[in-house]
Ligand binder design. Structure first.
Ligand code: ATP
Ligand code: SKM
Ligand code: MG
Length: 171
């Protein structure tokens, strides 16, 4: 089946961009991120889209961006943290090489802090993150070919564990 070499899923701040770019380098392919595609197309930040149009409108843009990237991109692709909420998107991920990057709540708070660029974590990030993960954990696990815990590992270590888990060879 054609499609990206690796699709990265996981919650905000888990390291999809950092590890995704490392994996792309090591595999000798390009890196792409659907959040960046949405921002480029809309000409606004994700926080602005949430505020101006609401989450539902953002999810509609996201669904389209993910479908397009899964068709067009053959390298490493990071999906927005909430893209797996959509059942059609989860169907599209069946048969793809999907890496779920995981972490616990304390690590999440350390990494994302109070960064307002992530609108879903803008208020009480620890509680918000727990609730998001309760709703999403099984969805991430359901689409995953492999799950890699990122806690206590450097991005380089995470990328090595991921290559091993997915049985991918470096370029
Ligand atoms: N394995 C790691 N150990 C420690 N810090 C990390 C690790 N991976 C990423 N980070 C740091 O955590 C923060 C979030 O990483 P990154 O932006 O790659 O996550 P993301 O999943 O792409 O988040 P987003 O939801 O914004 O797309 C960054 O400051 C990054 O440097
Ligand atoms: O987990 C989420 O719902 C989100 C994650 C980010 O990647 C962005 O797509 C946006 O901030 C929403
Ligand atoms: Mg990212």
């Amino acid at each position: 089946m054609s499609g990206p070499r690796v699709v990265l899923v996981g919650p905000m701040g888990v390291g999809k961009s950092t590890v995704g770019q490392l994996l792309a380098e090591r595999l000798g392919v390009a890196y792409r991120d659907t959040d960046d595609d949405i921002v480029a197309e809309a000409g606004r930040s994700i926080a602005e889209i949430f505020v101006d149009e609401g989450e539902d409108a953002f999810r509609a843009l996201e669904k389209r961006a993910v479908r397009r990237a899964l068709t067009e991109h053959e390298g490493v692709l990071a999906l927005g943290g909430g893209s797996i909420l959509d059942a059609d998107t989860r169907d599209l991920l069946a048969g793809q090489c999907v890496l779920y990057l995981a972490m616990d709540v304390e690590e999440a708070v350390r990494r994302t802090g109070l960064n307002t660029a992530r609108p879903l974590l803008a208020v009480n990030p620890r509680k918000q993150w727990r609730e998001l993960m309760e709703a999403r954990r099984h969805l991430y696990e359901g689409v995953a070919t492999a799950v890699v815990a990122t806690d206590g590992r450097t991005p380089e270590e995470v990328s090595q564990v991921a290559l091993d888990a997915l049985e991918l060879k470096e370029a």
